[in-house]
Design a protein around this ligand. Structure first.
Ligand code: HEC
Length: 219
């Protein structure tokens, strides 16, 4: 028993010695058991070294390096994040002041907007909802088994106000992910615009074809 008490007291003191003074101020360097994470051999920005003949740690790009970001910018500008997720107002949320969804385009509607919407729809939505909106994109059902994808041409979606579709793109819904951080605010409205065109085209009848063109359809 005495031996046990001695060992016990010794252990208590050991624990206090090792852990007891953590958080106390000290001007001594810290005790580090494994220091290799702190003290690894590395180059610092704008540091000096004797390893390279010019003495610089920063290395210039290898001769012939092509600055590809600058060249590609035009092509990928839709990827710049412009979330404005914290902004309020119809343009950024699709909702009116009373919190309900609004209807109507808060951006200028023209052919360029439509083309832009088509491009982004084909990139971001077509894989699931299909290029025509019929819900048969490559990821859907038989091909890759994403079972809950729906057709956007159904009456329920056609009847949704523009603001609600904008909100679905921004925040996602149920099993659909959010695209607010991928597509800019104005561009999201252009996707809604193009989706409206797809829905309209799908619901078209012979009356929509100009009389003089109907012959070409064989009707
Ligand atoms: C990764 C697949 C996927 C992509 C990409 C996708 N969606 Fe969806 N979307 C879904 C699924 C799945 C649902 C059904 C959600 C549910 O109810 O579970 C859905 C539902 C919807 C709905 C109906 C929401 C409702 O009220 O039921 C709309 C509108 C919609 N998507 C628009 C879009 C648009 C526009 C894009 C492109 C920006 C897009 N989706 C991209 C999978 C996707």
């Amino acid at each position: 028993m005495r031996q046990f008490l001695i060992i016990y007291a010794f252990l208590v003191i050991l624990v206090l010695v090792v852990f007891g003074f953590r958080g106390c101020k000290s001007s001594n360097p810290p005790l580090r058991i494994f220091s290799d994470m702190d003290e690894q051999a590395r180059f610092h920005p704008q540091g000096k070294t004797s390893f390279f003949s010019d003495g610089r740690m920063d290395r210039p790009p290898v001769p012939g390096t092509v600055p590809f970001v600058t060249e590609m910018q035009g092509t990928y500008d839709h990827l710049s994040p412009d979330n404005r997720l914290r902004e309020s107002g119809y343009l950024a949320t699709g909702r009116l002041e009373d919190g309900s969804y609004g209807d109507g385009m808060p951006i200028q509607v023209n052919y360029d907007a439509m083309l832009r919407g088509q491009k982004l729809y084909d990139i971001y939505c077509g894989i699931c909802h299909g290029r025509t909106g019929n819900g048969e994109g490559v990821v859907a059902n038989e091909r890759y088994g994403f079972a809950t994808i729906i057709s956007l041409l159904q009456t329920r979606i056609m009847d949704q106000p523009d603001g609600e579709i904008f909100d679905v793109i921004t925040n996602g819904r149920n099993t659909m992910g959010a695209y607010g951080s991928k597509i800019r605010v104005e561009d999201r409205w252009k996707v809604v615009l193009y989706l409206r065109a797809l829905q309209r085209a799908n619901a078209a009848s012979v009356e929509d074809v100009p009389a003089e063109k109907r012959g070409e359809l064989g009707i």
